[in-house]
Ligand binder design. Sequence first.
Ligand code: PMP
Length: 282
Amino acid sequence: RIVYVNGEYVPEEEAKISVFDRGFLMGDGVYEVSSILDGKLVDNDAHLARLERSLNELNMGWPCTKEELVDIQREVIRRNDVEEGAVYWQITRGAADRDFVFPKDAKPSLVMFTQARKIVDVPAAKTGMSVITVQDIRWHRRDIKTVQLLAPSLAKMEAKAAGADDAWLVEDGYVTEGSSNNAFIITQDGTIVTRKLSNDILHGITRRAVLKIAEQEGLKVEERSFTPDEAYDAAEAFITSASAFVMPVVKIDNRILGNGVPGPIASKLRELYIEMAKAEAK
Ligand code: PMP
C-alpha cells in the first residue's frame, strides 16, 4: 500500500513520523474517514467541514489548503487503485519536545491512507448485527473527532468477548452512540429515534444524511435520548457510519428485536442511502 505522509507518497513500510509527534505521545490530533464508492468520495465536503470544526475546537492549524487535501485524497485513492473502501486522514499538532503546553511553532502532520474493502455487499447487511450496552467512559468532547480511541476500542473488545459485534455506549442511563457509529431505534409505531446533537456524541455525517432521507420519505423522526430498556422493546434498530453506511441491529444485550432479521425500515434506509451515496459521490 502507498501511504501519504507529510508531502510524500511512500510504501507503508517506509513511512516515517517523529517519535515526538504529539499525535503519538498525547493523542493530540484529529481524523476523518470518507468512504469510497466507484473510486469516488462519498459526502466528502461534509467530512472536510467537520474536520475544520475539529481543528478549530482544538486551536490546530491546517497542514495545507482544503483543495490540496482533496488532491491528496484523490491521489492516494488513485495510487492504490481503490474502487470501494475508505480513505483515512489525520492531522496531528506535529512534533515538539514533550510538554502539555501547545508548542508555538509545531508544524501539523498530515497522514493519509486507504483501506480497500466492501461496504455495500456485506453479509451483515442481510443478517443484521448484535450489540451489547457498556458504560460510556469517554471524555466529554465527543463532538471533536480526536484520535483518542482507547475507550471505544475497549468497548468494542468487551462486545467481542461477549460474542457481540459492537457496543452501544451508555451514560446516565441513556445510550449515547455506538463505539464508532451513531445509534438509532425504530419504535413499534414506526418512529425513528436517535440522540440529539450535543458534545455527548460525534455529529455523524451519515447520521445527518440518513435523517434527511427519512424525512423525505415521510418517516417520523425524534431526536432525543433513549434507554437500553426502550431499545429492547424497539421494532428495529440500526447504526450509521461512513464505514458501515446503515447497518441493521437485530440483537441488543441478548434481546432479539422483531424476528431477529433486519427490519423493513432499516433495510429501506440502507438501500436509499447507498443509492444517494452512489449518485452523489465525486
Ligand atoms: N460516532 C462515533 C463515535 C464515530 O467514531 C463515528 C465514525 N467515525 C460515528 C459516530 C459516525 O460518524 P460518520 O457517519 O461521520 O462516519
